[in-house]
Design a protein around this ligand. Structure first.
Ligand code: HEM
Length: 473
């Protein structure tokens, strides 16, 4: 007999959509208190299973990984046929496997990232220059914004060895940032088509239509980058710098016929869409938490940085392994503010047995990483920001511990993790070590508001703004 997990009773047509509200990660966590860690809802036509405990998450992400590894494709990402070539949205199959292999063996390995770290380190220097300039004129910086711009250029230098645009000035930069921003906005807006697939051809909110314009512009920009490189290579003019970047690696793979699927610019679209906002929102949350606890966490972080790399210096990627407390700050931030609170939606292709229930074919499966990170049965004082809790612990961010899964786990785990865990501590450590900070408007540290705003990524509702004073080495 089929036994669906328990859940709230659905209303006609809309089902339980009205239960989601503005903060679905929180509403679903509250519902799980009533219905349990494996719960079912009806979102329009879509049966949705929500996982809210580490034990159930381990079942889904590890023990029965294969059955739960397909994606429910959001309609927005089918714009420009993106989901047909996107590693993030393809079902598990040959094309997805090859793309994952390219990432794990040729892009995000330790040796490749070590070989191109120089492409990133002067972007961090530029960040310091920009923040210093604002500080000198007494102007507060929007930390999420500068982190977003820095993440964008860290990525674009890793991939193309060049800035996609001057990160802090000029209209081009703003245009690109707005583009990425609009993509996040459209992808994060609840779309009726995802709940009522019959509406697909109508695209009633115009989400897919607008997304096609945004994706189109980015794909064109990437085309330009690739053509420029091919031309430089043809003329024998490509410089040494670019010989370690991602584009170069991909062109080599194509040249030696190493891959049996067509490679396209959709891969770049995936990397930028998945890698910028996630990284920068984690940096913003980390800084908000650190500045809020100035007496304790900030002082300890500064002391460690001072001792290990020296006061006022930027953090290099090679320093991270020596900065234990900084790494604990990043883990604690990811526990309380996972950038993708419900991971990306999974889907089951067949009926699956899970924890004594039957998950019907084609159900959407959401894993509430946000709720699991705050589970009082797993974490002592779960709501308090205490990096110390990780000092003596083996828990890491790789998805080995199902109580802490900000990057997901199993075969669909975030492939960009090795780069993310370089970029985030480098930015956070540098902002802490190179500056003293005062919250804008004289807000006392303890009064900083920490409200969030749900989208595909979890942003801070009120941007963190603070005035920086350069620390002289
Ligand atoms: C703090 C930063 C980041 C966080 C918290 C994060 C988190 C995630 C999560 C939760 C998923 C879904 C995993 C699942 O379904 O189990 C994901 C997927 C993905 N991430 Fe990240 N990510 C980050 C940075 C990056 C970066 C820097 C890149 C690449 C440049 C990247 C590329 C991807 C891709 C391509 C996927 C799709 C993988 C697939 O579906 O097979 N991410 N990420």
């Amino acid at each position: 007999v089929q036994k669906l997990p328990p859940g709230p009773s659905p209303l006609p047509i809309i089902g339980n959509i009205h239960k989601l509200g503005k903060h679905p990660h929180k509403s679903l966590a509250n519902l799980a208190q009533v219905y349990g860690p494996v719960m079912s809802l009806k979102l329009g036509r879509i049966t949705t299973i929500v996982i809210s405990s580490s034990t159930a998450a381990q079942e889904v992400l590890q023990k029965q990984d294969l059955a739960f590894s397909n994606r429910l494709r959001l309609d927005a990402v089918s714009a420009c046929d993106h989901s047909d070539s996107s590693v993030a949205w393809l079902p598990v199959g040959n094309q997805w496997r090859v793309l994952r292999k390219i990432m794990s063996s040729y892009i995000f390995t330790t040796s490749k990232l070590d070989a191109n770290h120089h492409l990133r380190s002067n972007k961090v220097q530029e960040l310091v220059g920009y923040v210093d300039k604002c500080g000198r004129s007494g102007e507060a910086v929007d930390i999420g914004r500068v982190a977003f711009q820095t993440s964008l250029n860290l990525l674009s230098n890793t991939i193309f060895s060049k800035d996609i645009a001057d990160p802090y000035h000029g209209t081009k930069a703003k245009e690109f940032k707005d583009l990425m921003w609009n993509i996040m906005l459209e992808a994060g807006t609840p779309n009726l088509v995802d709940y009522f697939p019959i509406l697909r051809s109508f695209d009633p909110q115009g989400i897919r239509r607008r997304m096609s314009v945004h994706f189109g512009k980015l794909l064109e920009l990437f085309d330009g980058m690739v053509s420029e490189r091919l031309e430089l290579k043809r003329l024998g003019n490509s410089d040494d710098n670019s010989s370690t970047d991602v584009l170069d690696e991909l062109l080599k793979l194509v040249q030696i016929n190493e891959i049996d699927i067509p490679l396209s610019n959709h891969l770049f679209l995936d990397l930028f869409a998945a890698g910028t906002d996630t990284t920068s929102s984690t940096v913003e949350w980390a800084m908000a938490e650190v500045l809020r606890q100035s007496e304790t966490v900030l002082a300890r972080a500064k002391a460690e940085l001072n001792q290990v790399i020296g006061k006022g210096k930027i953090v290099e990627e090679a320093d991270i392994s020596k900065l234990t407390y900084l790494r604990c700050i990043v883990k604690e931030t990811a526990r309380l503010h996972p950038a993708v609170p419900l991971l990306l939606p999974r889907q089951v292709k067949e009926d699956v047995e899970l924890c004594g229930y039957t998950i019907p074919k084609n159900s959407q499966v959401l894993v509430n990483a946000w709720a699991i990170g705050r589970d009082p049965t797993l974490w002592e004082n779960p709501l308090s920001f205490q990096p110390e809790r990780f000092m003596e612990s083996e828990v890491d961010l790789y998805g080995h511990d199902y109580g802490l899964i900000p990057f997901g786990a199993g075969r669909r785990r975030c492939p960009g993790l090795p780069l993310a865990i370089r970029m985030v501590p480098v930015m956070v450590g540098t902002l802490i070590n190179c500056f003293d900070w005062n919250l804008e408007g004289g807000i006392a540290a303890g009064e900083l508001d920490m409200e969030d705003k749900f989208g595909i990524t979890l942003a801070k509702l009120h941007p963190l703004r603070a005035v920086a004073t350069l620390v002289v080495p």
